[in-house]
Design a protein around this ligand. Structure first.
Ligand SMILES: NC(=O)c1ccc[n+]([C@@H]2O[C@H](COP(=O)([O-])OP(=O)(O)OC[C@H]3O[C@@H](n4cnc5c(N)ncnc54)[C@H](O)[C@@H]3O)[C@@H](O)[C@H]2O)c1
Length: 325
């Protein structure tokens, strides 16, 4: 079994790789970046040599097809993507990376008879809560994306469906909302993790949005991803993921309770983001569960412990908190 992880140097990638290495695999990472800084923090610098790294662009179809063939890939976990801010800045390039990139992954699977693709959609396929009825958003709620990023994710889900219908390539896609934990540093919903890192470093931080969101611990997302990659269920399935729904004001309070030195240093802006406040993960729990969820208090504690251990070891990389130069 050889697993290709596209975008493996990102946040979710680092947690997926950690689990693959723990299972004794030697995964192949395909990423545009050549700096595995999140991996150094989450997996440890000593394990970097256990990976095969291929630097390349997900928008380069020939290169993606080649990496699958050259390395005898038997399963694909596709994570390479641009997040909301970059897609907003440059929607054309965002479509190239997110939509064409995903089609390239399925083309590579088709060319080399890889029968299963695990990929990430997003809760951004749904719009803000007022577009839906009360309660958590179900797996089959209608997509009403409020961002280009969300539109691209809807396209990817449909791409996956057609590859199943026409070529019998099975797939599972996931829709998390606010992933948090070590390694989360970029994107609209990264701010709760940035606040946790700022707390450990004794700095001030303002979360740039408010309202309620569904927060899921990064390692829970990686576990879902590996359960999907191991699954033998057919079809093109897409699952909401759910962690714990909370108001950002309460998240700030929980961080201050867990890390009292942060009192008075953290704040937020009470401006909602155009995504749901809570998701129901019924399909995921039915097909790949039951899976326990890390509660928010636990996840906050784990993240603070991990960041402070890294800080003590001189390995806490906080580049995302530095002012842009
Ligand atoms: N983090 C979240 O809260 C969240 C929520 C919903 C969905 N998702 C989705 O999960 C997936 C993984 O997210 P993440 O948080 O790990 O993202 P991330 O931004 O931390 O990592 C993305 C990785 O993709 C790589 N990449 C970017 N453009 C590339 C290109 N053109 N070619 C090759 N590699 C490229 C980057 O170098 C990076 O290592 C993405 O599809 C994302 O949209 C994430």
């Amino acid at each position: 079994m050889t697993t290709l992880v596209t975008g493996g140097f990102g946040c979710i990638g680092a947690w997926v790789i950690k689990r693959l290495l723990a299972a004794g695999e030697r995964p192949v990472v395909y990423d545009l970046s050549d700096d595995p800084w999140r991996m150094r923090m989450i997996v440890g610098p000593e394990r970097l040599g256990d990976l095969v790294v291929v630097r390349g662009d997900i928008a380069d179809r020939d290169a993606v097809v080649r990496v699958v063939g050259d390395h005898g890939i038997t399963r694909i976990i596709h994570l390479a993507a641009w997040q909301v801010p970059l897609c907003r800045q440059d929607p054309s390039k965002g479509a190239l990376v997110n939509v064409v990139g995903t089609a390239n992954v399925f083309e590579a699977a088709k060319a080399h008879r890889v029968g299963r693709v695990t990929y990430f959609s997003s809760a951004a396929v749904f719009g803000p809560p007022h577009l839906y009825g009360p309660g958590p958003i179900s797996d089959d709620a209608p997509p009403k994306p409020a961002t280009h990023y969300g539109v691209f994710k809807v396209a990817n889900e449909e791409t996956a469906r057609v590859y199943w219908e026409e070529y019998r390539i099975a797939s599972m896609g996931f829709r998390p909302l606010s992933v948090y934990g070590p390694g989360r540093d970029f994107g609209l919903t990264a701010d709760p993790t940035l606040a946790l890192k700022a707390a450990v470093l004794g700095r001030s931080f303002e979360i740039r949005w408010g309202g309620a969101t569904d927060l899921i611990y990064a390692d829970d997302v990686a576990q879902a991803c590996l359960a999907a990659a191991d699954s033998t269920l057919d079809g093109a399935r897409v699952y909401n993921l759910h962690g714990e729904s909370a108001r950002i004001a309460d998240v700030v309070r929980m961080i201050e309770e867990a890390w009292p030195e942060a009192r008075g240093r953290l704040s937020h802006v009470e401006q909602p983001i155009p995504f749901p406040a809570e998701l129901a993960d019924t399909g995921y729990q039915r097909d790949l569960g039951p899976r326990p969820r890390t509660g928010l208090r636990d996840g906050i504690r784990k993240t603070l412990d991990e960041f402070s251990a890294l800080a003590r070891a001189g390995r806490l990389d906080a580049r995302e908190l530095e002012p842009a130069t």
